[in-house]
Design a protein around this ligand. Structure first.
Ligand code: ATP
Ligand code: BTN
Length: 319
């Protein structure tokens, strides 16, 4: 089915006969595959008598060679899947099979994209970026401190660099435009964090998505914010460059070297918030983060520090 899509991706007309010949199947088999493309991938295909079939809009698919070419000095191997359950899950399986890190796993779509706390990440075909970078970490905890915040900053910088206005951060690792989520980050770790471990930096960026009924919170995409479509290969390359830059700074100088820059980009600095931890709620005012990336809140006039993957921040109504 995807071979057929690759023949159509130029957005031009292709006759049923030519498509059948290229695939070595009958015209009716081509017709069936076209219907499958529409049903499974949500693509729209025009059929015009005498001319053939045409994708409603040309499609640029992910291309590892293009990404490597545009990423310059960032030479991480890039693997692209047409479809996978989750690029993070795929990366974890590759670690188990002893694939050398660093490497990047991308997919055109995820059938079980995962968000934090077992939530689902909506991942339609060829519209967004689903990106997992695997790093091998030696020498323990210091290199893990604030890591997800560093990734958030790199994602934000990549989006700004490529021309998306108004992007900022929300502790611990959401990337927002205003109140709308444009990207999410999920770190997964295997091995011994105090010794040698592998960490998967999973990043989902809404690139060209314009519609979905599946996301149950406020969201946006690069295209909706900038009013133009973006090349996902260029974004993947830019993201690689930014991740490499920020991860290197983090590795050499530690999170404290990045703390001030992160705070400058925190959209909720000084705001009245509620911190949700399971059934518990703590109300306070955001003071910032500490040198390890933990959240500093003023609660009843006293500074308190919070960290941990299960925490969620919400703006208070009176904020
Ligand atoms: P937090 O709990 O930190 O406040 P959050 O409400 O964004 O953040 P997360 O667990 O970080 O929750 O993210 C998962 C949520 O993201 C899902 O519950 C869903 O509402 C939303 N989501 C899923 N897919 C997308 C997408 N492609 N774009 C934006 N949001 C999405
Ligand atoms: C969140 O905000 O809850 C985190 C979302 C993380 C989504 C990305 S998409 C690439 C990688 N693979 C996954 O299954 N999840 C992450």
């Amino acid at each position: 089915m995807l071979t057929l899509l690759k023949l159509l991706k130029d957005g031009r007309f292709h006759s049923g006969q030519a498509l059948g010949a290229a695939l070595g199947v009958s015209r009716s088999a081509v017709w069936k595959q076209l219907q499958q493309l529409e049903a499974e991938l949500g693509l729209s295909i025009h059929k015009v008598r005498g001319r053939g079939y045409q994708l409603a809009a040309p499609l640029t698919l992910l291309d590892p060679v293009e990404i490597r070419r545009m990423a310059g000095a960032c030479d991480w191997p890039v693997l692209v899947f047409d479809s996978t359950d989750s690029t993070n899950a795929e990366a974890l399986r590759m670690i188990e099979q002893r694939q050398d890190a660093p490497f990047v796993v991308l997919a055109e779509r995820q059938t079980a994209g995962r968000g934090r706390r077992g939530r689902k990440w909506v991942s339609p075909f060829a519209e967004n970026l689903y990106y997992s970078l695997v790093l091998r970490i030696e020498g323990g905890m210091r290199q893990l401190e604030g890591l997800s915040l560093v990734v958030g900053l790199a994602v934000m910088q990549a989006l700004q660099q490529i021309g998306v206005p108004g992007v900022g951060l929300k502790w611990p690792n959401d990337v927002l435009v205003g109140r709308k989520k444009i990207a999410g980050i999920l770190l997964e770790l295997v091995g011994d964090p105090a010794d040698v471990c592998h960490v998967v930096l999973g990043i989902g960026i809404n690139v060209n998505m314009r519609m979905t009924s599946e996301v149950d919170q406020q969201w946006t995409s690069m295209r909706l914010e900038a009013g133009q479509a973006f090349d996902r290969n260029q974004l993947a390359a830019e993201l690689g460059v930014m991740l490499q830059k920020y991860l290197e700074r983090h590795q050499v100088d530690g999170f404290s070297a990045i703390q001030a820059e992160w705070e400058r980009n925190h959209l909720w600095q000084g705001r009245a918030v509620s911190l949700i931890a399971g059934v518990n709620q703590i109300d306070g005012e955001v003071l910032g983060i500490d040198s390890q990336g933990a959240l500093r809140l003023k609660v009843d006039g006293v500074e308190k520090v919070f960290s941990g993957g299960e925490l969620s921040l919400r703006l208070r109504n009176d904020s």
